[in-house]
Design a protein around this ligand. Sequence first.
Ligand code: SF4
Length: 490
Amino acid sequence: MAKTFDVGIESLRGNGVALPVAHQAAGRQAGAGGLLPLPLRGGRGSEVAVAPTATAGKSFFLETFGCQMNDHDSEKVAGVLQGRGYHAVESPALADLVLYNTCSIREKAAQKVFARLGDWKTLADGKIIGVLGCLAQQEGEEIFERAPWVSLVCGSASYRKLPELIAQLESGGRRVTGLDLDTDETFETEITRRDNLLRAYITIIEGCDYACSYCVVPHTRGPERSRASEAVLAEARRLAGAGYTEIQLLGQTVNSYRDPSPRGWKFVDLLRAVAAVPGIRRVRFTTSHPNDFHREIVEAIDEVSELCDHVHLPVQSGSTRVLREMLRTYTREEYLQKIEWIRAARRPISITSDIIVGFPGETEADFAETLSLLDTAKYDAIFSFKYSPRPNTSAMHLPDAIPEEEKSRRLAVLNERQRAIQIAANEKLVGQSYEVLVDGCHPARTQWGGRTSCNRLINFTSPHVNLLGEYVQVKVTRAGPNSFAGEHVT
Ligand code: SF4
């Protein structure tokens, strides 16, 4: 059996955690920005930027676009490369191997990657340029047509083949591809390079068996594959042993998890077991599908203090008619029932969501239903998007496209309504104290930032030094729509 390592971990325990540069905010779930320019690696489109671990030998540069799944895939890809003797460099100009781990969920993300590839048109000589992830799966060998200087195209469902593909390139192969979708395996690596020194990701399920009409993921990531519960627990124990206290379980539909081992655990069983790993103080999970969100998950959050009091539950639209067109498999009423369970919990649980405006055929009345759903659900934050048609999706062929300016108008109205909800809700939290895991500081070191269990971002002042990686009590003194200011309660 392969031995597994996690690299990039300093000891986080004891005083004075010296974090170098490569820890990051909570990415997709992060809500909106903070009051402080925290020295954290950015979320979307950020580069994997660790200090080089060696100065000789083959080097790589890896830039990641998209969601936390992609961030974590990049950690594993970096581990595969480091296991083959590569070292990371901070600039693509210095690298022998330049990789882009891509996202194709929206057109803009895809355009950005092609712009990056275009930069190499006259400069690629002597370098290996590779495209990984969703855009690789979606565009396939077309990428070689559009950018003939690219040598590697590999979709995320084929990452287990990466070592083999890289070996082919190293032995002189000119073009290699990994584009199979018919795998029933998950991407396990011998080495995972951890770029976030406070929070560790564990992928528990890959791919997706839903077929939402606007979404490329089933095409780019393949069918759903869950990892055996023992492999997940072993990884959690290793991370705890290395000093991690916060774990985030990942999956496109994380709560559809079904243990393939004889234990046959459901998601909630795994959730409770990970939370019980000694040393783990916080467990998050994302993203949940409303269809698989059962009351027992709320009960577990209520009972197990290590489970963070935050649920990200994408609704996408407040109109049952539009949800049907989106093939989301639930109605507005069924979704709101789940929100009621969460709101009825003994612990206050924050709820965030994803919403798409301007889906083909969305009427004013449908949009008004989405606005009224905001008023009912009272989300703590939303991630809002204008619909953009994507290749290989069934919605691509739906009639009644909404004009771009109308989509923009609806997005602005939606965001304004949500902003008012957040301002009113956040004001009520002034004066309350929260436990915060400190994950950033102002360069002047007089101010700090961190997240509560409910994933609220608080920037605060403290007379103390060396708080990075510590759990501290912070009293909220001021609330903005997206973040809070506070002071360390000593
Ligand atoms: S549940 Fe729907 S939106 Fe989510 S990954 Fe699967 S197909 Fe895409």
